[in-house]
Design a protein around this ligand. Structure first.
Ligand code: NAX
Length: 329
């Protein structure tokens, strides 16, 4: 079966890191794919250059690449849509201006997704990712809300990497990211997000107990993960691109093929789980199986976690209220 995948903002820096790995089979392995690349008119020429490079890779599983500046054409019949392109925050721009601009982009794209396959899987990476996913979903009422998600896998991966390094330091033994399970990102993909290790395990033991340093968790780990994007910009002079592309592909791969029982983090429509108000797109720990995901249920939420989750959810509510005031929701 040939799958068709739409990628928006395809000429941007995340697009440039993502397209080649997608075409090389990171998500769909040996199955053939077709790409539909959406850009704004002024970026189409640059996108043509990206397509030339895709051609020059002679990928054996890449059947076709089409480029367009029309969302309806881009999403026609697609099995998955990776919504990466968005309006970046420019100097002097207020948060409401940003929501207004992106509200327009994501309401148009939401409406155009009516052309997609019934089973389309939508992953929003473009910021503000959670609220953009909410807006797109709102404008695509015929598509089940469960098919709209936003990216917090990069935050999840950042947390795993920080934790593996800390556990190595504390135990004096090498600890690898794959040794650590049941980490969760809650809330918004923003500096208010809550990376939670209260359920995390390392070789059958509580990771919090292994680390044994609550102050490190609260004062170093949580802010390091939450502010990692800004640290990358400070060091690289540009925002995270390769890691964001990798996380976007892992998000889609696990959603399509399952997460082998492991927890991953995805921002999905809340139905009131863990007192996150229904209707918000918030990050939760999920397990993916057979093309769908389930929020992990029954977790005990301690006082510290409750406070952090509530703070991030309050920000999501404020973004939703602003989007409603602006008429894009
Ligand atoms: P770039 O500015 O390099 O690329 C964005 C591309 O989107 C541009 O080529 C632009 O022409 C295009 N675009 C803008 N409006 C469009 C529209 N209406 N339709 C189609 N294409 C459109 O940004 P890049 O570094 O690639 O980042 C893309 C988005 O990812 C940004 O919003 C960024 O903030 C967000 N990120 C999200 C992350 C996450 O974990 N959720 C992490 C990385 C990144 O910061």
């Amino acid at each position: 079966m040939t799958r068709t995948i739409a990628v928006t903002g395809a000429a941007g820096q995340i697009g440039y890191s993502l397209l080649f790995r997608l075409a090389a089979g990171f998500v769909y392995g040996d199955e053939p794919i077709r790409l539909r690349l959406l850009e704004v008119p002024q970026a189409l020429q640059a996108l043509e250059g990206v397509v030339m490079e895709l051609d020059d890779c002679a990928f054996t599983r890449l059947e076709a690449v089409e480029i367009t500046d029309d969302p309806a054409t881009a999403f026609d019949g697609v099995d998955a849509a990776l919504l990466i392109g968005s309006m970046p925050r420019k100097k002097g721009m207020e948060r409401a201006d940003l929501l207004q601009k992106n509200g327009e982009i994501f309401s148009t794209q939401g409406r155009a997704l009516v052309n997609a396959a019934d089973h389309v899987k939508v992953v929003v990476t473009g910021n503000p990712a959670n609220t953009n996913a909410l807006i797109a979903s709102h404008h695509a009422p015929d598509i089940p809300k469960t098919q709209f998600t936003a990216l917090t896998r990069l935050d999840h991966n950042r947390a795993l990497s920080q934790l593996a390094a800390k556990a190595t330091e504390v135990t004096g033994e090498p600890v690898y990211v794959q040794d650590i399970e049941q980490v969760a990102i809650w809330g918004n993909h923003s500096a208010t997000q809550y990376p939670d290790i209260s359920h995390a395990r390392l070789a059958g033991r509580s990771l919090a107990e292994v680390i044994g340093d609550e102050a490190w968790v609260a004062d170093e780990f949580v802010p390091t993960v939450a502010k990692r994007g800004a640290a990358i910009i400070a060091a690289r002079g540009a925002s995270s691109a390769a890691s964001a592309a990798h996380a976007t592909l892992e998000h889609l791969r696990d959603w399509e093929h399952g997460s082998s029982g492991r927890w991953v983090s995805m921002a999905v429509h809340s139905q009131g789980e863990y007192d996150v108000p229904a209707g918000l797109v918030s990050s939760f720990p999920v397990v993916c199986t057979g093309g769908s995901y389930e929020i992990v249920t029954g977790l005990e939420i301690g006082a510290f976690s409750r406070q952090r989750i509530d703070a991030s959810v309050a920000e999501l509510q404020a973004e939703r209220d602003t989007a409603q005031d602006l008429g894009v929701l």
